[in-house]
Design a protein around this ligand. Structure first.
Ligand code: AMP
Ligand code: MG
Length: 336
């Protein structure tokens, strides 16, 4: 066990002293959790294998799941990327800082442990004042997988990070709840057309506005090209069961059956039809728009765990836009 320092940072004007302290921890090979606009990340010096190893150890992350390197300014890209395709450049110019991760060919400087031995590296510039201040002060790329124990819902507050990682990391920067609530969109721009390896905070439609057709990887391609996607993910302790959209009878039936088995059942719904089925602390309504559902999904998983749910019934959302990323997370969480 190590002592984990929790420091609150103002978003308007990230406290210089705290940022300097956190950057110092990174320079010494330590591990610092930090807020981004998607979820909290677990930071370490991307060019220091020993520091990166600590991130894998703290999360209990399998070594075949490569990490995303976070940068704050464009010139940091040149140190990490051997080559960025023309479409990759256009996407970076349009969407950085933002919830877009680009997979590019790596330079020899990026250690194998970061990329799990792949010859590509995933890079993103987060759109968050605290993340950017930390990376700029550190003056180099930092790895930043979600700051949770592997398999658990991603952390959308500093409290969630402490819940999972207190005693396992050096420091947590508390910048309040995150905005988007689910992870970045990962796009392989070594291929043409570019290939989405993980749907996320930036929609396919927005990518296509800039570079024309983009493909969403098939299940088989996910497994081959984005090794991380094969592992258990995003799941609370309770078992997640998906229910069809607006299927009031299906929801009532499932509630009845699980309760007959003596289970404590939580629900997460969004449509007005489903919202009127029950009420109470076990019955969570996350109404439209979908941004709201995404922002609160992982937090609500953790809340229902705390309230002692054995099962969580979740109303599915429509695919398209952010809905594609939400359904990706729901499917993975329900497979656990
Ligand atoms: P996380 O750090 O949990 O947000 O997950 C990072 C995601 O990016 C995982 O799905 C990885 O498989 C994917 N990823 C990271 N680096 C690469 C890479 N070089 N090639 C393909 N996918 C990658
Ligand atoms: Mg993760």
């Amino acid at each position: 066990m190590i002592e984990t320092r929790l420091a609150t940072v103002s978003l308007e004007n990230p406290d210089v002293q705290i940022i300097a302290e956190a950057a110092e921890v990174l320079k010494k090979g330590g591990v610092v959790a930090f807020p981004t606009e998607t979820v909290y990340g677990l930071g370490a010096d991307a060019l220091n294998s020993e520091a990166v190893q600590k991130v894998f150890a703290a999360k209990g992350r399998p070594s075949d799941n490569p990490l995303i390197v976070h940068i704050a300014v464009r010139h940091q890209l040149m140190e990490l990327a051997e080559e960025v395709s023309e479409k990759g450049e256009r996407l970076a110019k349009e969407f950085w800082p933002g919830p877009l991760t680009l997979v590019v060919r790596k330079t020899y400087l990026v250690p194998e442990i970061v990329t799990s031995g792949l010859d590509t590296v995933a890079i993103r510039m987060p759109d968050h004042p605290v993340a950017l201040a930390l990376i700029e002060e550190f003056d180099g790329g930092i790895v930043g997988p979600s700051a949770n124990l592997t398999g658990r819902p991603s952390p959308t507050s500093a409290n969630h990070v402490m819940e999972d990682l207190k005693g396992r990391i050096d420091m947590v920067l508390n910048g309040g709840p995150t905005d988007i609530g689910i992870e970045s969109t990962v796009v392989d721009v070594t291929l043409d057309p570019p290939l989405i390896l993980r749907p996320g905070g930036l929609h396919k439609e927005s990518l296509e506005d800039i570079v024309g057709p983009v493909r969403l990887a098939s299940e088989e391609e996910f497994l081959r090209r984005s090794p991380g996607t094969r592992h258990r993910h995003y799941a609370p302790n309770a078992k997640i069961v998906l229910v069809d959209r607006e299927d009031v009878e299906g929801l009532k039936r499932a509630l009845k059956e699980f309760r007959q088995d003596g289970k404590s059942v939580g629900c997460i719904v969004h449509s007005p039809e489903m919202a009127s089925v029950e009420s109470g602390v076990f019955f969570k309504v996350l109404p439209a728009p979908i941004d709201f559902f995404a922002r609160y999904l992982f937090r609500t998983f953790r809340e229902l765990d705390h309230e002692g749910a054995d099962i969580i019934l979740v109303e599915q959302v429509d695919e398209g836009g952010l809905g594609t990323a939400v359904m990706d997370r729901l499917r993975k969480a329900s497979k656990a």
